[in-house]
Design a protein around this ligand. Structure first.
Ligand SMILES: [Zn+2]
Length: 346
């Protein structure tokens, strides 16, 4: 209902796009094509393995030793060593586990504008070119020479599905540590008290961060992670600024929304039980540059100031000191009214 009101008031294309993404997230499933989960992965998600990895051969031991030796290298490094050993040594070496065997985690690729404007998701999914920068979605030569059959994107970005990473956290009967001061906000505590958040559920925080890969080279890229432990969420190549972060976060948020809809099936190896865990996203965080994408500000950093500086008198922003003990609780109605004012003013 409130979303419909905002949709009617939206005057900017950016506002309409944001609402389109929110509406798409309201009806999602792990079976959706955008999730890009094949039948085997879906089957594993809904019916997790209930047997542990047997370390009963020198091939598996060799694989594990190699895995830890190259843990700071790329996946390709491990895969190359595994392939080489299987090719050169034959015999038992063919049983060296693949990288996927350890984690069950595979990355998913989606198309994006090579100028890092948008990901071709949601309202942009069917665009053959992005009109703002006029860049083609697909390689025009391959598209033309194949008679319109080969849709090869110019560039892709990576999303790491959260579900398999969460399932892998329960090899020893639940590995989440207790963070005593993790969160004591009344909304969180009430949700626990009312039984909305149960002991087996997963509470997540998303963190979006920019990174410059090389000191003296234009090499900015973006990553986002899910926290309880640090679980990779996705990697977005740069170096340009992203024009629509929503489109790049969409696959990761779609996956989370689908998990929230159907619950995540987890095998607790220690207690040998299978249970359904629900996921909650309670904190949205980012570094300075990343924050402007979440709060929608225009590249300028604003910090809320509670205390008025000495000898300061600027009309409109010289309110007296504010005590944090007198801040009132968040109010949904007030938030929506403010949002509506913002939409109408733009
Ligand atoms: Zn572009």
């Amino acid at each position: 209902m409130e979303l419909t009101v905002l949709e009617e008031e939206a005057v900017l294309l950016k506002q309409a796009d944001a609402i389109a993404f929110i509406k798409l997230l309201q009806v999602v499933s792990l079976d959706d094509p955008v999730a890009k989960l094949d039948d085997a992965v879906l089957s594993h998600l809904r019916n997790p393995y209930q047997t542990g990895l047997e370390i009963n051969s020198s091939a598996v031991q060799h694989g594990i030793a190699t895995y830890f030796t190259v843990e700071h290298s790329s996946v390709n490094t491990y895969e190359s060593i595994q392939q080489s050993a299987m090719h050169c040594l034959e015999g038992e070496a063919t049983q060296i586990p693949s990288y996927y065997n350890y984690t069950g985690v595979e990355s998913i690729e989606h198309d994006m504008c090579p100028g890092t404007c948008v990901a071709f998701m949601g309202p942009f999914a069917d665009l053959t070119h992005y009109p703002i920068c006029n860049t083609d979605h697909y390689n025009p030569i391959k598209l033309h020479t194949s008679g319109g059959q080969m849709h090869i994107a110019h560039q892709k970005f990576i999303t790491i599905p959260l579900s398999a990473q969460l399932q892998a956290l329960w090899p020893n009967g639940g590995v989440f540590d207790v963070f005593d001061d993790f969160c004591k906000g009344c909304e969180f505590l009430q949700a626990v008290q009312w039984g909305d958040i149960k002991p087996d559920d997963i509470v997540l925080m998303i963190s979006l961060n920019g990174a410059q890969l090389y000191e003296s080279k234009l090499s900015d890229c973006w990553t986002y992670i899910w926290k309880q432990y640090v679980l990779p969420g996705g990697f977005i190549p740069g170096p340009n600024k992203l024009k629509n972060m929503d489109s790049f976060l969409f696959p990761g948020l779609h996956h989370l929304a689908a998990l929230q809809n159907e619950g995540l099936c987890i095998w607790d190896a220690w207690h040998n039980i299978v249970f359904i865990s629900n996921s909650f996203l309670i904190f949205i965080t980012a570094d300075g540059p990343g924050l402007v994408y979440f709060d929608g500000m225009k590249g300028t950093y604003y910090y809320p100031a509670l205390l008025i500086p000495h000898h300061y008198a600027v009309a409109g922003s010289n309110h007296p000191d504010i005590s944090i003990y007198e801040l009132h609780d968040p109010d949904l109605t007030e938030y929506f009214d403010n949002l509506l004012k913002l939409y109408c003013k733009l």
